[in-house]
Design a protein around this ligand. Structure first.
Ligand SMILES: Nc1ncnc2c1ncn2[C@@H]1O[C@H](COP(=O)(O)OP(=O)(O)OP(=O)(O)O)[C@@H](O)[C@H]1O
Ligand SMILES: [Mg+2]
Length: 241
């Protein structure tokens, strides 16, 4: 479903931020993307969406990520960016939620029904008529996730989905992510959430793939995590201490 073939990328000529990366994610897989600040996680997601382009080849469902395929790819791939401010651009939550579905030809009634459904699923019906620029950080995060889900994409790319969420909303988001059958790639420092939502983990360091294996194996490897500026998920560290 998602494929990287020897992909390299640098924002400038001096340094490669993604360095000869190859991997494949199959249909329906949930994969966690972990690594220290600056490892290249968000850059990888932007490459996958065609927001950036580098060397090598990237495919989404066998479509090469290149200009002519971007409209089709963006229809299939829903992305939650690390900074939600970059993706809420309409005045109200409802307008953002219906914008995409209306664009893809749904009637207003249908689009609004879908918006209500998603807001209910995420437990935030009260945000429906709120102004985006007046939302708190966590509310904005929830609303941005709702707009992604309202598009009903095949593939979900989530960059730090639990960032800024209180424990209650974090749980709700984890439960929602788990309930979705989509192919998912989830970048995060919240390794407990990755453990709850992903069966496989990719570990990046300086744009290189350091580990690719079952979440239960990679996330239990204290030495590997600490060598890459991470810590065991709380669940495992409590058991070990
Ligand atoms: N627009 C940009 N211009 C130049 N360098 C950039 C730009 N965006 C990111 N970088 C650099 O690329 C590297 C990878 O950044 P990226 O945002 O992909 O990391 P990340 O793994 O998502 O980190 P974090 O955990 O902090 O979100 C970093 O060293 C960063 O400083
Ligand atoms: Mg990032």
């Amino acid at each position: 479903m998602l494929q990287f073939e020897s992909v390299s990328f640098g924002y400038d000529r001096e340094r490669r931020v993604i360095d000869d990366l190859s991997f494949t994610i199959s249909d329906g897989e949930s994969v966690g993307l972990i690594g220290a600040n600056g490892a290249g996680k968000s850059t990888l997601i932007k490459l996958l969406l065609g927001l950036l382009s580098g060397e090598g080849r990237i495919f989404v469902d066998e479509l090469p990520v290149e200009k002519r395929n971007l409209p089709e790819i963006r229809r299939r791939v829903g992305v939650l960016l690390q900074n939600s401010d970059n993706q809420m651009f309409m005045p109200t939550v409802l307008e953002d939620l219906t914008f995409g579905p209306l664009n893809y030809g749904l009637s207003r009634t249908e689009a609004e029904r879908r918006a209500d459904e998603v807001l209910a699923r995420l437990g935030i019906p009260e945000l429906k008529h709120r102004h985006n620029h007046k939302l708190s950080g966590g509310e904005k995060r929830m609303a941005a996730l709702a707009t992604v889900l309202a598009m009903e994409p095949d593939v979900l790319l989530l960059d730090e989905p639990t960032n800024a969420l209180d424990p209650y909303n974090r749980r709700l988001v984890i439960r929602t992510i788990r309930s979705l059958p989509n192919t998912k790639l989830i970048a995060s420092h919240d390794l407990d959430m990755i453990l709850d939502t992903c069966s496989r983990v990719l570990l990046l360091s300086n744009g290189r793939l350091i580990a690719d294996g079952p979440a239960q194996t990679v996330l239990r490897d204290r030495a590997l995590l600490e060598a890459n500026r991470m810590e065991l998920p709380l669940r495992f560290s409590e058991a070990a201490d």
